[in-house]
Unconditional design. Structure first.
Ligand SMILES: [Zn+2]
Length: 143
């Protein structure tokens, strides 16, 4: 299992993350077989967007409906950690369903990919996976 994203797309997300500091950004990733084909930015509707994220339910519901109706398959989610590492937090684990979707966590410099599963090594929910991003510099890749 790995997450493939083009360096151009990751750079766009990192620019969005930098522009939003100190708030966390978030959104949906679409694609199949671990490859990000597109993303959709969502409003962060968390009570405290400086420390948490919650994807606008309208975006979430729209994406699920689109997938069900034969549209873009949901690959997973992305969000930023403006002041911290790109490791999942305990809160991330608490809010993640063990649905096999992929999580991309980034800040202006780094990014890492995680698989949301039952009994993951990290907080019982995530497994580190390879972030395959050809040409990207300075990335912290998972195992
Ligand atoms: Zn987080």
């Amino acid at each position: 299992m790995q997450l493939f994203i083009s360096s151009a797309m990751l750079a766009e997300l990192q620019q969005l993350a930098l522009a939003a500091v100190p708030q966390e950004i978030c959104g949906m990733l679409f694609g199949r077989d671990g490859r990000v084909d597109s993303y959709r930015a969502a409003k962060n509707v968390a009570d405290n967007p400086l420390r948490h994220f919650e994807i606008d339910p309208a975006i979430l519901i729209g994406a699920e409906r689109g997938q069900r109706d034969g549209g873009e398959p949901i690959l997973g989610y992305y969000h930023s950690h403006p002041g911290g590492t790109v490791d999942p937090s305990q809160t991330d684990a608490d809010s993640a369903a063990p649905d096999g979707r992929l999580w991309l966590i980034l800040n202006g410099q780094d990014a890492a990919a995680w698989h949301a599963i039952e009994n993951g090594e990290i907080y019982g929910r995530f497994r580190a996976i390879l972030l395959d991003c050809p040409g990207a510099k300075g990335l912290t890749a998972g195992e």
